[in-house]
Design a protein around this ligand. Structure first.
Ligand code: BT5
Length: 259
């Protein structure tokens, strides 16, 4: 089987380039920006050899897993562009449900992971560059379809482990369609309030104790909500703080994260 866009993505004028193997769909997308590539382009592979996460961390993506990126040109500024990660989370959740997950199986973890149970199933990395027409955003998404690493600080899982039988190509078609739908709702950031409401309805750990780590800094408290800019709102001992970046741990994983 090979990669193909779903009908909604095709009618919204998206294009696709796929690769048998590639270093990183995000890196490849970024190299295309100076050549005048300005978006509505998907890049996808089932074998990514040098994937990366936030803060240059490694994303492991063995053969059979889905690695893909979409380039979009935005009229939004950098602050609004940062909220695109929530669009990716909603699109991933919809696509995962379509390939066989029960409603409620997948939860979204701030800022933009997808969890199944308490384990990470998918990650999102957004990289943006200023271009003459505005801002080009590369939204990279990795999903563990057939395999997940075992030695990660946050537990990982795959669709296969969950008993969901599908392949990267089928999931990709559903994802490209779901992206087209949620990206239109986002409307260059103007629709973020709607995105926020839907994201919160699927959020992991809302109202529960969490720990947020950014380098040496650790914030512990209760996950209250996300605000109008997508920041994490945490209450602690009578105070409230907002967090723009960090790694979140819940429940049993809080102590694992502290280890
Ligand atoms: C992410 O970063 O979760 C973003 C991952 C984005 C990957 C996509 S694949 C297509 C595109 N091309 C790329 O090069 N990247 C994007 P972060 O929140 O920083 O999490 C990274 C951490 O997750 C690592 O340090 C590991 O601990 C863990 N990890 C690595 N591979 C994993 C996997 N397959 N499943 C679950 N966790 C993983």
């Amino acid at each position: 089987m090979s990669f193909a866009l779903g009908p909604r993505a095709r009618s919204a004028q998206y294009r696709l380039v796929s690769f048998d193997t590639l270093n990183s769909t995000n890196a490849e997308a970024l190299t295309r920006l100076p050549t005048g590539e300005c978006g509505q382009l998907w890049l996808a592979t089932v074998h990514q050899t040098a994937g990366h996460g936030r803060r240059q961390r490694t994303w492991i993506s063995p053969s059979g897993n889905l690695a893909c990126s979409v380039i979009e040109t935005l009229t939004a500024d950098h602050t609004k562009a940062a909220t695109l990660g929530f669009v990716a989370g909603l699109a991933l959740e919809a696509a995962l449900r379509q390939v066989g997950g029960d409603a409620g199986l997948f939860r979204l973890k701030w800022p933009n992971d997808v969890l199944a149970g308490n384990a990470k199933l998918a990650g999102v990395l957004i990289e943006a560059k200023t271009i003459p027409d505005g801002l080009a955003a590369v939204v990279g998404m990795g999903v563990n379809v057939v395999a997940a690493p075992e030695d990660t600080p946050y537990p990982a899982t795959s669709l296969k482990t969950l008993g969901i039988v599908t392949d990267a190509e089928t999931l990709f078609s559903a994802l490209a369609d779901a992206w087209a739908e949620w990206f239109a709702v986002w409307d260059h950031g103007l629709g973020f309030e709607t995105i926020r409401t839907h994201w919160l309805a699927r959020a992991a750990g809302l109202g529960a104790p969490i720990e947020v780590r950014l380098g040496e800094r650790v914030i512990g408290g209760v996950f209250e909500t996300i605000d109008e800019a997508g920041r994490l709102v945490v209450s602690y001992g009578g105070g409230v703080t907002t967090v723009t970046a960090g790694d979140v741990y819940f429940g049993a994983a809080m102590s694992a994260g502290a280890a």
